[in-house]
Design a protein around this ligand. Structure first.
Ligand SMILES: C[S@@+](CC[C@H](N)C(=O)[O-])C[C@H]1O[C@@H](n2cnc3c(N)ncnc32)[C@H](O)[C@@H]1O
Length: 264
């Protein structure tokens, strides 16, 4: 699976992020982070952002370098297939390549400087307590790889992301990348989530690269009460602000952190 390296500005456009969403101190999870520069730039802006990806277990020292190599390689393919894409955002294949290489380098510098911001983890089970983040962002994994990841995986992954989000999970795009059409089980999944207390909506965003990949799925998690999961940090917490490990989830000395399982 391709590991990509999108920028903070791409994230802002893909996820329709407002200044309020990105206010300093907001706790945001990027899952999967890949070699994206979102967490690095968010950190510079005072946002309490964390990235999680399964590759962080294996390639912490060289992921950015590997992605840079892959991006250079992909450039020729993009030139050949340029007419298949919408270039409003990037301009042309060379600008995209330059931008992604810069993002991968930013990521690599940040993971070296702030290693605790990059957590190894694999959906559908993440090493975070319930309600750990205000907002969870997820791009180019769920739905995009709908040809390889089945409906059960999607449902389990969506519930897991909803479990750790206090407010919202935003997922982009809702299109399967190699067919260019909307993920077939999207409506069924949304009905299922709705029945569990997670209403959702799909909205059009400004970003588009593959024709039609300009739709964002927003899950509203504020009223969702995740079932306690045996062994999960914070398992049993039943509502935001509930007491976990002896302290308030919403308090300043919040112990319900991703660090709990990373560095017990
Ligand atoms: C196309 S990249 C997207 C990265 C980033 N969101 C971006 O837009 O630049 C997909 C990422 O999903 C990660 N991934 C694949 N399966 C995963 C799983 N089950 N749990 C967590 N990450 C996974 C891969 O390692 C890869 O970095």
């Amino acid at each position: 699976m391709l590991v990509s390296a999108r920028s903070f500005d791409e994230y802002r456009a893909m996820f329709a992020l407002t200044d309020g969403d990105l206010a300093p101190g907001r706790r945001i999870l990027d899952c999967p982070g890949g070699a994206a520069a979102f967490t690095a730039e968010a950190g510079r802006r005072g946002i309490d952002a964390v990235a999680v990806d399964r590759e962080y277990a294996h390639h912490r020292e060289d992921l950015g370098v590997l992605v840079e190599r892959e991006t250079r390689h992909k450039r020729d393919q993009l030139v050949r297939e340029a007419s298949d894409f919408v270039w409003t955002w990037y301009g042309d294949p060379d600008r995209l390549t330059r931008q992604w290489i810069a993002n991968a380098r930013d990521f690599q510098a940040d993971i070296a400087a702030r290693p605790d911001r990059y957590v190894a983890g694999s959906l559908p089970e993440l090493p975070f307590a319930d309600y750990s983040f205000d907002l969870v962002l997820s791009s180019h994994l769920l739905f995009s790889y709908g040809n390889r990841l089945d409906g059960d995986f999607h449902l389990a992954a969506l519930l897991e992301l909803a479990r750790i989000a206090r407010r919202e999970v935003r997922l982009f795009p809702v299109m399967v990348y190699d067919t260019g059409v909307r993920y077939g089980e999207l409506d069924g999944l949304r009905h299922h989530l709705d029945a569990l207390g997670i209403p959702s909506h799909v909205e059009r965003v400004e970003y588009e690269f593959q024709p039609g990949d300009n739709e964002l799925l927003v899950l509203s998690c504020a009223d969702y009460r995740p079932l306690a999961r045996a062994g999960a940090p914070g398992a049993g917490a039943s509502m935001p602000g509930a007491s976990v490990a002896g302290a308030s989830v919403s308090g300043a000395a919040d112990p319900v952190r991703w660090r709990h399982r990373e560095n017990p």
